[in-house]
Design a protein around this ligand. Structure first.
Ligand SMILES: Cc1cc2nc3c(=O)[nH]c(=O)nc-3n(C[C@H](O)[C@H](O)[C@H](O)COP(=O)(O)O)c2cc1C
Length: 360
């Protein structure tokens, strides 16, 4: 009989190694891969590894509160399961399994529109704090229908992912001849995706009351436009390095975007946030919520729903350890003075946060 998960997995590195063992080559490459030479993937990690902490001591950190707020709800950490299409190729139950894990631990889930079992069934699977992410692959009526369904099923906000005007070249998938689960059946709608403009953002804000998140902002200029269009959340992301190659790392562009947005909207971020220290760095830089993309998938691939919960527990432990060692007892006490630029050490790739996970 297997040992309980809290004995099997004492570290995130062991979870990543187990996921590697469990996944077939196609889904594994789909999960970890980026676009073309994967420069953006590496820069995501490099940007995080180029930040060091400035710890303060003798500050009574015997009680640490790592909770956060998310659309008026209290959540256990300032993190969210980022939207993942095709989760069903990684874990049985797909998004429903992720919802159960998110609910059991106590963090929000952002559901991808290209993930099974879909908007309604995922909402029914667990009482998560949830938001819905749409790839615009239809006309205005098609978008409005999704907004209504999301609203009817308790999604707290709506997200448009806007860094997919072109479908990128993911060479691991191409070389492995891996066909995305949704690509076989989904109606062709890519012309809507490439035709998207700020006009549709304006139309959304004029028509719908549901808070709007724009995911895939990578410049100060677009952050400013998003704010001027009245969006509630500017989500800084380069799609985990899976879209435009040779972009900057998310953590590198985050500070200037936080400054430009100047509290007129929330700023969220994702891109290789794998460790508790990464989450703390994001919040110190001014992000409100950190999206976790690959990490929850690795937990699910390692051991299903309990594997995801275990990954989040370890992450929480890392966050609490980091906060305490920085001399703060909550995220509210964290400031940019707790971090500083520093030369990075070692390698920077999708798994460089896990140097002990074994061969790749
Ligand atoms: C397998 C996979 C599928 C993804 N599918 C979507 C998606 O359907 N919609 C979306 O907005 N982003 C999608 N993303 C991007 C993630 O939401 C997130 O931006 C990215 O993974 C963050 O980087 P990280 O994986 O290094 O944490 C996907 C990412 C991965 C790894």
């Amino acid at each position: 009989m297997n040992a309980p998960l809290n004995e099997q997995f004492l570290t995130l590195q062991e979870i990543v190694a187990a996921a590697r063992r469990n996944l077939a080559p196609g889904p594994w490459s789909y999960l970890v891969g980026g676009a073309e030479t994967e420069t953006t993937v590496r820069r995501n990690r490099l940007a995080l590894d180029s930040i060091a902490f400035r710890p303060r001591v003798l500050r009574d950190v015997s009680r640490i509160d790592a909770t956060a707020g998310f659309f008026g709800r209290k959540v256990r950490l300032p993190v969210m399961l980022a939207p993942i299409g095709g989760l069903e190729s990684i874990v049985e139950g797909g998004a429903a399994a992720a919802a159960r894990g998110a609910a059991a631990f106590g963090v929000p889930q952002m559901l991808s529109s290209v993930c099974q079992p879909g908007l309604e069934a995922t909402a029914a699977a667990a009482d998560t704090v949830r938001v819905f992410q749409l790839y615009v692959r239809g006309d205005d009526a098609w978008v409005d229908d999704h907004v209504k369904r999301a609203q009817d099923h308790g999604y707290a906000a709506f997200c448009l992912t806007v860094d997919v005007a072109m479908y990128s070249r993911r060479e691991r998938d191409l070389i492995g001849r891996f066909v995305k689960p949704w690509r076989a059946t989904a109606p062709a709608g890519s012309s809507y995706q490439s035709g998207l403009s700020w006009d549709q953002v304006k139309r959304f804000k004029d028509k719908h009351a549901l808070p709007l998140i724009i995911k895939g902002i990578a410049t100060v200029e677009d952050a400013e436009l998003a704010v001027r269009h009245g969006v509630e959340v500017v989500y800084v992301s380069n799609h985990g390095g899976r879209q435009l190659d040779h972009g900057l790392g998310s953590a590198a562009v985050l500070p200037e975007i936080v400054k430009a947005v100047a509290n007129r909207a929330e700023v969220w971020v994702d891109g290789s946030f794998m460790r508790g220290t990464d989450v703390v760095k994001a919040i110190a830089l001014g992000a409100k919520t950190v999206g976790l993309g690959r990490l929850p998938c690795l937990g699910l691939a390692a051991a299903g729903v309990p594997g995801l919960v275990r990954a989040l527990e370890i992450l929480e432990n890392e966050v609490q350890t980091c906060l305490g060692l920085l001399g703060v007892t909550s995220f509210a006490e964290l400031t940019p003075r707790h971090i500083t630029a520093a030369p990075p050490v070692g390698e920077h790739d999708v798994f460089s946060a896990f140097p002990l996970m074994g061969d790749d």
